[in-house]
Design a protein around this ligand. Structure first.
Ligand code: ADP
Ligand code: MG
Ligand code: MG
Length: 254
């Protein structure tokens, strides 16, 4: 089944064209890595997919499970099973982590026609998911991401993902700011969520994440276009030779 189809997507920020004709198809169960140099448009792509404000789509379309994703409000996308982990997770002072997690999960459950979980059932569920990312329970009662270290924020993102069980997860720079233990834990968390119904798009500048989460496909984004696609071996080539050689590839049509 096709989970996500991006067709000739063009997007602008502040009048400047950042995405210049992205084409990508992600089937259910696949893990795709999108790599590329700084400023290539990787975060722009993930922000456009999740509906962050400030981007103007000038051409193209994005189909998620047969629906026009770009017409849906961000909350609506989330309710339908799209999950975005931010490159820099936001802090929300005064809102406890457990409150936010429960609200997010119940919104998705409502969309699925399921009953809201009560406090006790929710706590049982969240505790089981916390073991997956080796997070201490005290993090439930702290304000969202406030005073969390880089590694703790990333674990918290993976916890959210484990809880929401999205159909399509978009992870932007999941490895940034992680020491090797946290990287391993986060990767184990992501790997535990891999299944034949779920698709993951991992956006990363670095190859090392892909040693832990082995993708089915690797794409190189450069100057707003996918200039090269391959399998995990492509990531290894990039690690060796950097990104400069991909510019020699002919410009794709569209
Ligand atoms: P990447 O994630 O690949 O490093 P980004 O998508 O963050 O790249 O950025 C792509 C390009 O868009 C960069 O040239 C960046 O400076 C520019 N850009 C990103 N956000 C904005 C913004 N809010 N206003 C203007 N330019 C932006
Ligand atoms: Mg960047
Ligand atoms: Mg980025």
């Amino acid at each position: 089944m096709k989970m996500l189809e991006i067709k000739n997507l063009h997007a602008k920020i502040d009048g400047k064209e950042i995405l210049r004709g992205i084409n990508l198809t992600v089937n259910a169960g696949e893990v795709h890595a999108i790599m590329g140099p700084n400023g290539a448009g990787k975060s722009t792509l993930s922000n456009v997919l999740t509906g962050r404000e400030g981007y103007e789509i000038t051409q193209g379309e994005v189909i998620y499970k047969g629906e026009n994703l770009l017409e849906l409000e961000p909350e609506e996308r989330a309710r339908r099973g799209v999950f975005l982990a931010f490159q820099y997770p936001v802090e929300i002072p005064g809102v406890s982590n457990i409150y936010l997690l429960k609200a997010a999960l119940n919104a998705v459950r409502k969309h699925q026609g399921l009953e809201e979980l009560d406090a006790i059932d929710f706590l049982t569920l969240v505790r089981s998911k916390m073991q997956l990312v080796k997070m201490d329970e005290q993090f439930l009662h702290r304000s969202v991401n406030e005073g969390f270290s880089g590694g703790e924020k990333k674990r918290n993102e993976i916890l959210q993902m484990a809880l929401l069980e999205p159909e399509l997860a978009i992870l932007d720079e999941t490895d940034s700011g992680l020491d090797i233990d946290a990287l391993r834990t986060v990767s184990e968390g992501v790997n535990a969520l891999r299944n034949s119904d779920r698709s993951i798009v991992m956006i990363t500048h670095y190859q090392r994440l892909l040693d832990y989460i082995v993708p089915d496909y690797v794409h190189v984004l450069s100057e707003g276009r996918i200039v090269k696609s391959g399998d995990k071996e492509l990531a290894k080539e990039l690690e060796k030779s950097g990104y400069s050689w991909v510019h020699d590839a002919p410009e794709p049509e569209g």
